[in-house]
Write a protein that binds this ligand. Structure first.
Ligand SMILES: [Zn+2]
Length: 289
C-alpha cells in the first residue's frame, strides 16, 4: 500500500508514490494544470504508465538519480514503447553516456523544474559515481544515497565521499521529506538498534515503523530531523554508536568520525543485525505519534 500523496509549491504540484518490483518506490509528480507527470527513477515503465493512465495524465519527464538498472529501467521501458525521445530526461552530466534518452545533463547547484516546482541538484557520490539528489519545496528525492534509517551500499565509494554526501542531505531543514527509492526501513532500524540500543528516539521509531508495516503501509517518506536523530549513518558522533561500532570492528577509541562511519557501513554489510529478532526489539512503549 503506497503512502498518501502530498503537495508542493502551494499545492500546484502533487507527489504520488508508486510501488514497483520488490521494494522500489517511484515518485510521480503531477502537474494538475497541464495534466502532465514526471517520474523520479523506476525499475520499469509499466507501473508508472498504468498510474498515469488511471489518473488521465501524460508522462513528460524523467528524473534519474543514478544509473543502476532499477533506476534507469523506466527510461529503457519508455524507449521500447517509442516514447522516450519525446520526453525530458534529467540526469548527472558526469554519467551522461549511461542515461538513456538524457536531454538535460546537470551538476551541483543546477536547478531543474517541473510544473511550478524547482529543484536544486545535490551531487552525492558514494553509492555510485554520479549519484545526484533533487531538493526543493521541503522535499529531497535522494535515490539510494539516504534511506529511511540507512544508506546505500558503497559500490563506488569511498566511505569518505558517502559521509560527505550524507552530511549535505543532513544539513537540509529538519522537516524536509526524505523520498528515497526503496522501502528497507525495518532492516535498517534492526541494524540501528544493534549500534544504538539506548536511544529513546530510535525505540519510538521502531514501534512506529513495525506498526505501519504490520498494517501493510509504507514508511517512506521520513524526514531529515528523524534521520538525524535515528539513522546510524548520520550518527558517527553519538557516544553509544561509536563505542559499539569500535568494539565490534576492532577500532581504537580515538577513531575519527570518518573511520567510525566506514566501520558502521562495513558492520551493516556483515549482517550481524539479522540475528536480532523482533522479540529483542523495543516494540512496547510510547510511539512518536
Ligand atoms: Zn542504486
Amino acid at each position: 500500500m503506497p503512502a498518501d500523496p502530498f503537495t508542493l509549491a502551494d499545492s500546484r504540484v502533487r507527489v504520488h508514490q508508486v510501488l514497483d518490483a520488490k521494494d522500489n518506490l517511484i515518485w510521480v509528480l503531477e502537474d494538475p494544470q497541464s495534466g502532465t507527470a514526471a517520474a523520479v527513477d523506476g525499475p520499469s515503465a509499466s507501473n508508472v504508465q498504468a498510474f498515469v493512465e488511471a489518473h488521465d495524465l501524460r508522462l513528460t519527464t524523467i528524473f534519474n538519480t543514478h544509473t543502476h538498472p532499477d533506476h534507469i529501467g523506466i527510461n529503457r521501458g519508455y524507449e521500447r514503447r517509442g516514447q522516450l525521445s519525446s520526453m525530458t530526461v534529467i540526469g548527472a552530466a558526469s554519467r551522461a553516456d549511461d542515461i538513456p534518452g538524457l536531454t538535460r545533463a546537470v551538476k551541483e547547484g543546477d536547478e531543474v523544474g517541473f510544473g511550478d516546482a524547482t529543484f536544486e541538484i545535490i551531487e552525492t557520490p558514494g553509492h555510485i559515481d554520479g549519484h545526484i539528489c533533487f531538493a526543493g519545496h521541503g522535499v529531497v528525492f535522494c535515490g539510494d544515497t539516504m534511506f529511511a534509517g540507512g544508506c546505500g551500499y558503497l559500490f563506488d565509494g569511498p566511505a569518505s565521499a558517502m559521509k560527505h554526501s550524507l552530511s549535505k542531505l543532513a544539513a537540509l531543514p529538519a522537516p524536509t521529506r526524505v523520498c528515497c527509492a526503496h522501502e528497507y526501513t525495518q532492516d535498517n532500524l534492526r541494524f540501528a538498534w544493534l549500534v544504538e540500543p539506548d536511544s529513546e528516539a530510535l525505540a519510538a521509531r521502531i514501534r512506529d515503523v513495525w506498526k505501519i508495516r504490520a498494517e501493510g503501509g509504507c514508511t517512506v517518506p521520513s524526514n531529515i530531523g528523524l534521520e538525524r536523530a535515528t539513522n546510524p549513518f548520520l550518527r558517527w558522533h553519538a557516544p553509544t554508536l561509536r563505542r559499539r561500532v569500535c568494539e565490534r570492528m576492532g577500532l581504537l577509541d580515538d577513531a575519527t568520525e570518518e573511520e567510525v562511519f566506514a566501520a558502521t557501513r562495513a558492520l551493516k554489510d556483515r549482517k550481524d543485525h539479522r540475528e536480532i529478532t523482533d522479540e529483542m526489539l523495543p516494540l512496547c512503549g510510547p510511539s512518536l505519534a
